[in-house]
Design a protein around this ligand. Sequence first.
Ligand SMILES: Nc1ncnc2c1ncn2[C@@H]1O[C@H](COP(=O)(O)OP(=O)(O)OP(=O)(O)O)[C@@H](O)[C@H]1O
Length: 304
Amino acid sequence: METVIRTAQLTKSFKGTNVIKPFDFTLYKGEICALIGQNGAGKSTVFKMLSGQLIPSSGEIQLFGGIGRHNVEARRRMGFLIETPAFFPDFTAEQNLKYYALQRGIVEKNRIAEVLAIVNLADEKRKRFKAYSMGMKQRLGLALCLLANPDCLVLDEPINGLDAEGIREMRNLLIRLNEEKQITIFISSHILTELHLLAKRFVFLKDGVVVEDISKEALQEKSRKQLIVSVEDAAKAVRLLEQNYPSVSYQVLPDQVITIDGHIEDGGEINRLFTMNGVTVREFRAEARNLEEYFLELVGGAAV
Ligand SMILES: Nc1ncnc2c1ncn2[C@@H]1O[C@H](COP(=O)(O)OP(=O)(O)OP(=O)(O)O)[C@@H](O)[C@H]1O
């Protein structure tokens, strides 16, 4: 499988503070991969190192197989949307793109019309940028990324601040670019549920460390099944659990409540195990854990 991005032992420190701990990551052609983390986790720092805006403190970046100065050439095959691009408020969408096309030496005559059509702004191309909605502004940012016909898009929180309709539009657009033009996508968000319908792989970043790298199927499986057991004596129940299910993953919550990952099919047996050994079971049920809860468990803190 063709490798689009590969990082090895990549780190970044600011004034002695290590913000990105060794970050080892490989993105393959055709993937839509989400980088998920709370504010300050280090998502933008990773993206800025990929784009060349920040120089890594140590480690290596390979883009399309190139390293070092060869990445300069490889970056031409990538579109980065890291901070909202500076568009002129009084220029129309078309004028703004023309300005950037000139700057970047893009001379294909129809390219501006093409990218405006791709992001569904063809009918509003003569509107001034300042009159655009947030969703339209984000889509114009994407149009700018697409100008040079990239093979890979790196998008930092492109759905931040969008309403439900804006998120849906952006999602459908990115799925279309991935399916029809085989564009590989690396996208970040601090809200997992916004990306769960789009990405096929999720990399969770906490304090500059990858805490999980998981496919969509595995994530759904993991976040779905959980047994919730309320008992009289949680310590004793946990002892029994560990003795009989050595690889079990569980958490003890307040009020003698235990959550057990998976093991749905063992529910009856676990219930019997407790009661037969003198642990009174007050409540026993299987419950779905939503993706956002899973995310918060992984990275801690509250959703923003
Ligand atoms: N230029 C800089 N100088 C010093 N510290 C920085 C700099 N850029 C980022 N940081 C710090 O690095 C950490 C990671 O920041 P980063 O912007 O990469 O996080 P993020 O996950 O993208 O967060 P957000 O979702 O808020 O954009 C933060 O603690 C931030 O304060």
